[in-house]
Design a protein around this ligand. Structure first.
Ligand SMILES: [Zn+2]
Length: 325
């Protein structure tokens, strides 16, 4: 089952600050709308997300952080955007993540979308896809950034564990390292985090995503970062993906969550490797080996048309229709 909320459309940041100048913000509603359109065209049905209590945010986030985002959103006039003061002054770590009047509500419904999809898994189903926006994997317990306010995938993981004891693996395929998700589960051996991403030596979020970060305390050995060179092609990518898949199979989780960023596709304005939308069939075919209940949570990907093509190809590779629908 595929879940979605039209509330994301109201969150429409126009600008961001990149290297000191205003540029067009890449987190457009269109990047998700085009995925929804192509899914419908290909006979997938999409359900509206349910509403949950706002306290589900506290499964992951500190109360004062949630309150900061809510208040900041509420006091921003509809025709303006608030640009965070970085370096610890505000609760967002970069100027690429402005707050608009409706950021809180859209981020909340993005969480509801992930929760609806997680509930579908808790109810015994083997597949669901949360078409979330804004994305979540850069958001930690008490700070957001990278277009992310609340960590949809982490909240979904906690929700599943709360309702159905067990271990969860999160496979993060976004071009950028999911520093928020890593932070949240860094000392937690019940959640394995595996991420393939552009090397932080060159790419956002720069501060995390190195192979040497393997978890801490009880969580040591439950964090696997696989940094990629900028010109990585599909053959190399699949080889490294298989390393991640082996790690997940050794862990043998009760549920697999994929943080699905599509910004590794060639030409993406925020990422882009030597990987084409057709290659997602191969990526799906390899991931299909992971035979666990599967929850896919949408993250980045900034070209709507290519996002749509990549999702359809990934679903073909995973044989979603034959196996689950
Ligand atoms: Zn990304």
């Amino acid at each position: 089952m595929i879940f979605y909320s039209p509330k994301h459309i109201e969150h429409k940041p126009e600008k961001e600050i990149d290297k000191g100048i205003f540029v067009k913000n890449s987190d457009t509603p269109q990047r998700i709308e085009e995925i929804a359109e192509i899914l419908v065209k290909n006979d997938y049905s999409i359900q509206n997300a349910k509403e949950f209590d706002e306290s589900f945010l506290y499964l992951v986030h500190d109360k004062d952080y949630v309150e900061w985002i809510r208040k900041r959103s509420k006091i921003t006039p509809p025709d303006q955007e608030y640009f965070p003061e970085v370096f610890g002054y505000d609760r967002l770590f970069d100027t690429g993540t402005p707050v608009t009047w409706n950021s809180y509500e859209s981020a909340l419904y993005s969480v509801f979308t992930a929760l609806t999809a997680a509930e579908h898994i808790v109810c015994g189903n083997m597949f669901s896809y949360a078409l979330c926006r804004p994305p979540g994997h850069h958001a930690s317990k008490n700070i957001g950034g990278g277009y992310c306010y609340f960590n949809n995938a982490a909240i979904a993981a906690k929700y599943i564990q709360k309702n159905h004891e067990g271990n969860i693996a999160i496979l993060d395929l976004d071009f950028h390292h999911g520093n928020g998700t890593q932070d949240i589960f860094y000392e937690d051996p019940s959640v394995l985090y595996v991420s393939l991403h552009g090397t932080p030596e060159i790419y956002f979020p720069w501060i995390e995503g190195f192979a040497s970060e393997i978890g801490e305390g009880k969580g040591k050995g439950y964090n696997l970062n696989i940094p990629l060179d900028p010109d990585t092609g599909i053959e190399e990518y699949l080889k490294l993906l298989i390393t991640g898949i082996k790690k997940i199979n050794e862990f043998s989780p009760d549920c697999l969550i994929i943080s699905l960023g599509l910004d590794i596709v060639e030409g993406d304005m925020q990422g882009g490797m030597n990987i084409k939308t057709e290659d997602y069939k191969k990526i799906g075919a390899v991931i299909k080996e992971l035979d666990y209940p599967l929850l896919i949570v949408q993250e980045g990907g900034y070209d709507g048309k290519k996002n749509g093509e990549a999702v359809i190809n990934l679903f073909d590779g995973l044989e979603i229709k034959r196996r689950f629908l």
